[in-house]
Ligand binder design. Structure first.
Ligand code: ATP
Length: 133
């Protein structure tokens, strides 16, 4: 089975680097399944889990936005933050989700709704990545 190299990089570190058979990511225009020899493209990503298939197994990485560059034999994802499913602290993500939901429910002027909505999306992507592991 042919492979492509997937790299997931944040400003802090290289989160992931492996030869994989397929990458499934949520681009802003919809879900994208990338196999080796895919046509080259660049797309912004949603805050969502990225699923990777290697042989009969799969891995899930929570990716917090950023961009995906697809080349014939390589996919590079640049994101503000990303975590492997196994590294996600579930109780921290649950607390972050509750905090964001509480802030959004308050609807007070001093609450930054955009910031709370983004925090909510990150927490939900982390929880979804853990569920899909
Ligand atoms: P919190 O409010 O819990 O800090 P956050 O969404 O504001 O969550 P970020 O600013 O996105 O956190 O991330 C800061 C750093 O902490 C990043 O390196 C990120 O990978 C890591 N991180 C955040 N939440 C978790 C989590 N639940 N499990 C593992 N790492 C996390």
């Amino acid at each position: 089975m042919s492979t492509l190299r997937l790299e997931i990089v944040t400003p802090e570190r290289k989160v992931y680097e492996k030869d994989v058979n397929m990458v499934v990511a949520r681009g802003v225009d919809g879900e994208l399944g990338v196999l080796p020899n895919h046509i080259p493209l660049v797309t912004p990503l949603k805050v969502a889990p990225v699923k990777v298939k290697i042989g009969n197994s799969s891995e899930t990485i929570a990716v917090h936005g950023g961009f995906m560059e697809v080349r014939k034999d390589k996919v590079v994802i640049l994101a503000d933050a990303a975590e492997l499913g196994a590294d996600i602290d579930v109780s921290r993500a649950r607390l972050a989700k509750e905090r964001a939901e509480r802030r959004l429910a308050q609807k007070q002027a001093e609450i930054n709704a955009v910031r709370a909505e983004m925090a909510l999306q990150r927490a939900m992507a982390r929880l979804e990545a853990v569920e899909k592991q």
